[in-house]
Design a protein around this ligand. Structure first.
Ligand code: URP
Ligand code: ZN
Ligand code: ZN
Length: 470
């Protein structure tokens, strides 16, 4: 099938152009000047023309941090690969990178293969996997090399969660040294979990068990300290480093200092840290704050975290916006911690809202239009070895394309979202634009407020090395 998208403004990471996008099968074959008349020519005419007048035409979103069916503390995150990737499509995301997790005592290979099987044939959009190393043994280090060859070129380590997926400094250094040799990218959950657990135990002993205490004990200093330590270990290990879900000014300062010194250090933040805060969201009555329990936690509005995160996004000290989509229903899931915040499963569902929430940053004057595309699509694709197949509209790239209406205001609600969640952390937020049409590898999967995709269309992406390796 040949498709021509005409009449729209193509937004890339570097600018905006009136252009037509010609697709053959799954691939973009040309960007043409407006008025190419291809659609009406007898030979070589497009079989289908999509009118993009007054729409932005952008590369499909690339969300490199999601957790479908994540097993956590006796429950499982509520979106499966099927439901979560469908919701992603509704929100203009056409590629995700999720995680396979090696828990303590497990073999990396077993955990990886089980996760590959779990995702196969389920996804509406293309997907890749990072590997969580929860037990850095000699075998795990060896497996890192094979995984890189198999298209799993990034590895998440945890400085938090002692007793489950936590790694100590020696394990972290060894994994970094291995990554330095095989080209892998180390992704770090940077929070000092040992200290956090002390504060959490003390809070519970005092009877401070409401959800807001999750935010109080996961102090910004402990994110900053871990970020600093991770950066120093990466310098010693000579490995590139990607800090995930950064939320605190103090942690951003550590990244900025490292980058100013020329270190190959990167960081992402997530919409929840840009729009939610401890006082208004986490500190709510009637256990409502549980909806906002995630780690790193929401930060206080009385400091400048959100303003500083927006600055970081502008200056490139923050290079990526991902969602860390990790949805848990209130009923039977978040409720597990009704008497003790330590038992609330950590995570917020938001895969569907990233493009809209970050577009709001454009309309509010925080970032430019090309920067929106760069943060949500181009850089994540480059960071995670998916570029130029993903993250850009150019001949040879996959035809993962979103038609975005910048003038369609609408209000997010549990009543209109597509995530498998009994609430929306974004309830009542009015956003200025809307994803209207979505193509995944040349196939229209969202159109006229209808989902036209199928489970199993999404293919596993064997990723190359990060474009940011030096
Ligand atoms: O609260 C969060 N972020 N849950 C998902 C797991 C993680 O650490 O990313
Ligand atoms: Zn994490
Ligand atoms: Zn996560």
């Amino acid at each position: 099938m040949t498709i021509l998208i005409k009449g729209g403004t193509v937004i890339s990471a570097v600018g905006a152009d009136l252009a037509e996008v010609l697709i053959e099968g799954e691939t973009i074959v040309a960007l043409l000047s407006p008025g190419s008349d291809l659609a009406v020519s007898a030979e070589g005419g497009a079989e289908r023309v999509i009118d993009a007048t007054d729409r932005y035409v952008i590369p499909g979103g690339v969300d490199v941090h999601t957790h479908m069916s994540l097993v956590v503390a006796g429950t499982v995150s509520a979106d499966t690969f099927e439901t979560g990737t469908r919701a992603a499509a509704w929100g203009g995301t056409t590629t995700i990178v999720d995680f396979a997790t090696q828990e303590r005592g497990q073999q990396v290979r077993d955990s990886f293969e089980a996760r590959v099987d779990e995702a196969a044939g389920e996804c509406a959009i293309d997907y890749g996997l990072h590997m969580v190393l929860g037990d850095v043994t000699d075998d795990a280090l060896k497996q890192m090399d094979s995984l890189v060859d198999e298209g799993v070129s990034s590895f998440k380590l945890f400085m938090a969660y002692p007793g489950t997926v936590y790694s100590d400094d020696g394990q972290i250094l060894r994994a970094m040294q291995q990554a330095a040799g095989n080209g892998g990218l180390i992704m770090m959950h940077a929070e000092n979990g040992i200290a956090i657990d002390v504060l959490a135990e003390q809070a519970a002993a005092r009877g401070d068990t409401d959800p807001v205490n999750h935010g109080y004990v996961r102090r910004a200093e402990l994110e900053s300290e871990a970020t600093h330590r991770a950066i120093q270990l990466a310098r010693v290990g000579a490995a590139p480093l990607y800090i995930v879900h950064l939320s605190a000014t103090e942690a951003l300062e550590q990244v900025t200092i490292a980058r100013d010194r020329g270190a190959n250090v990167f960081a992402e933040t997530c919409p929840q840290y840009l729009y939610f805060n401890l006082e208004d969201h986490l500190d709510q009555d009637n256990f409502e704050g549980a909806k906002y329990v995630c780690s790193t936690p929401l930060r206080t509005k009385h400091e400048h975290h959100q303003a500083d995160l927006w600055t970081g996004l502008r200056t490139n000290d923050l290079s990526v916006v991902s969602t860390d989509h990790c949805p848990f229903c209130m009923k039977e899931q978040k409720e597990m911690g009704v008497n003790d915040f330590r038992s609330i499963p950590n995570g917020i569902g938001g895969i569907e809202h990233r493009m809209d929430m970050i577009y709001q940053g454009v309309t509010q004057g925080e970032i430019s239009l090309p920067r929106w595309v760069e943060l949500c699509s181009t850089t994540p694709a480059r960071m995670m070895g998916l570029y130029p197949k993903k993250g850009v509209l150019q001949p040879g790239s996959d035809a993962d394309i979103v038609l975005y209406n910048p003038n369609h205001e609408w209000t997010i609600s549990v009543e209109n979202h597509h995530m498998n969640l009994d609430h929306s952390a974004y309830e009542g937020i009015t956003v200025p634009g809307k994803v209207e049409t979505v193509l995944s590898r040349g196939r229209v999967i969202i159109e006229n407020d209808t989902y036209k995709g199928t489970k199993g269309h999404g293919q596993f992406q064997r990723r190359g090395l990060s474009s940011y390796l030096i």
